[in-house]
Design a protein around this ligand. Structure first.
Ligand SMILES: O=C(CO)[C@H](O)[C@H](O)COP(=O)(O)O
Length: 228
């Protein structure tokens, strides 16, 4: 277990205020955020929070803690979304989808007024791309898309959930991870991926968070905020 993930996940609960509609992210760092909010509700420190989950996994955890949940379409907007990331630059561009929830995470993010990413400091990078870029694609014709990525030198691999089973997202799609090493122009790549037929969404989250909370291995949390 990572002390850094726990520290930054729990710290993010300080940003939650009574009456908020909160977006709950997915992953092992978001796990601690959800757990802490649940504890604060149980202790009576937070009295009325409504939560929107970014994945089935997150929804299950929220329900186990008694956090009231609504579907995205049943709320007007989300006041605060707290989510993890796989890599982020200090100028608020990142890769998400390591846990396979990128599509729902991006839709929830698009409907959030304020976004906080919670990361350990090893995820802060100068250039994106060391972490494989997840691309969610429809199942039909997926090998054709795979070949297109391969022929473009993008080193694709199908995401698996077992030895011989392909990973299926909450929306019933596959994920291809692109092993790029360095992404020189993330905006150009995002544009190209978005225009490929069969691609549902990609894991480049450019200019998304308002705040990045980053923790070192000892659990010291630093806040990186956009200058106004
Ligand atoms: O994007 C995500 C899931 O789709 C996660 O936020 C990301 O993979 C970080 O996960 P973790 O906190 O387990 O390192």
């Amino acid at each position: 277990m990572s002390l850094g993930k726990e520290a930054v996940g729990r710290k993010a609960a300080d940003y939650v205020e009574d009456g908020m509609v909160v977006g709950f992210g997915t992953g092992s760092t978001a796990y601690f955020f959800i757990d802490e909010v649940g504890k604060r509700i149980q202790a009576g420190e937070l009295k009325h929070i409504v939560g929107v989950a970014t994945s089935r996994q997150t929804l299950t955890q929220m329900e186990s803690l008694g956090i009231e949940s609504r579907s995205l379409d049943d709320v007007n907007f989300i006041d605060l979304l707290v989510d993890g990331a796989d890599e982020t630059t200090r100028d608020f561009n990142g890769i998400k989808g390591g846990g396979g929830a990128l599509l729902h995470e991006k839709i929830v993010a698009q409907n959030s007024r304020r976004i906080i990413w919670i990361v350990t400091e090893d995820k802060l990078v100068d250039t994106l791309g060391k972490f494989p870029l997840p691309v969610e694609i429809v199942q039909f014709g997926s090998w054709k898309l795979f070949r297109t990525f391969d022929q473009s030198g993008m080193n694709p691999t199908f995401r698996k959930s077992g030895q011989d089973t392909l990973f299926i997202t909450d929306s019933g799609n596959y994920i291809i991870d692109l092993n790029l090493d360095v992404i020189q122009n993330p905006h150009q790549l995002a544009f190209e991926l978005s225009n490929m037929v069969g691609v549902v969404e990609h894991g480049l989250f450019l200019n998304y968070p308002d705040v990045i909370l980053s923790s070192d291995a000892e659990g010291n949390v630093q806040e990186i905020t956009r200058s106004k």
